[in-house]
Design a protein around this ligand. Sequence first.
Ligand SMILES: Nc1ncnc2c1ncn2[C@@H]1O[C@H](COP(=O)(O)OP(=O)(O)O)[C@@H](O)[C@H]1O
Ligand SMILES: [Mg+2]
Length: 312
Amino acid sequence: MTESRRVSIRKLPTGVPGLDPVLGDGLPEYSFNLIAGAPGTGKTTLAHQILFANATPDRPALYFTVLGEPPLKMLRYQQQMSFFDSSKLDSVIRFINLSQEVMEKDLSKVLERIVRELEQYAPGLVVVDSFRTVVRTAASIETGEMGLQHFLQRLALYLTSWQATTFLVGEYVESEIRDNPVFTVADGIIWLYQSLERNSIVRKLQVMKMRGQASLPGLHTFRITEDGLQVFPRMLKRREEREVALTKALVSTGVAGLDEMTGGGVPAGMRSSWPALPARGRPCWARSSSSRECGGANPASSPSSRSIPRST
Ligand SMILES: Nc1ncnc2c1ncn2[C@@H]1O[C@H](COP(=O)(O)OP(=O)(O)O)[C@@H](O)[C@H]1O
Ligand SMILES: [Mg+2]
């Protein structure tokens, strides 16, 4: 496919410092993402941070919860976060409580309500938060685990097909990745972890999947403060960057005119390879350790190095 015919997908910045480079330059617009992890790992905070950074009148957001509390009460902790902008509440971000539908123990009603709200509000961003855990305790009593799995698959397929950037937040376990179809249809999977090391909580995240872009593999440390999440990417330098770094410092060859021909001398690390050349071909300083023999200029003992500007 030629360059001009390539489809370019818009990327949304997450609003989380350090996360965009880990994802591979933000979140693809209209992607369907899973935010997974144990309770307390920061899933809800991450979802809120993404919504507050991206919701606008042109791209309104819907946030579905199943907690039996009014949204403002539920948000009382989140309101302390610096990214929380209460002027966006009910104007560009709407919180919808599905506890009533869940209590009726009819999952098809829950799905109907979600679809109705999406069609009515036409959001550009949708979050369904920690559905599974709460639903499991209520509705699945009636429908069984299979009913719940089927419901979540239908919900995931619906969110995938909706013209919006969507997030399903849940307390999953890693063994489900292989055989839960929700993971197969997801465009992106962000997994949050926490562990207790000595007396502090160490938080890490991993982008398990991000379709269409190169995310940074492995675990990346993050912290949660009153500013929300902040990620410290474990940067893997590309090969070319490593090579540029290796050849950064040039050392004069000590041979008239050769420095100019080689663009400023030889890379500092290569100086040791000179002795391998036949004596006649070696510059003066490579043959002799005496600066006097070299007309007083022995770059081996006083290298005149300079840095090449990094290529961009
Ligand atoms: N101001 C803060 N400073 C440090 N940590 C905080 C702050 N506010 C919340 N947290 C941490 O964030 C975690 C809650 O994150 P939350 O998004 O509710 O998790 P989850 O949705 O995965 O259960 C808590 O475990 C708490 O340790
Ligand atoms: Mg939560």
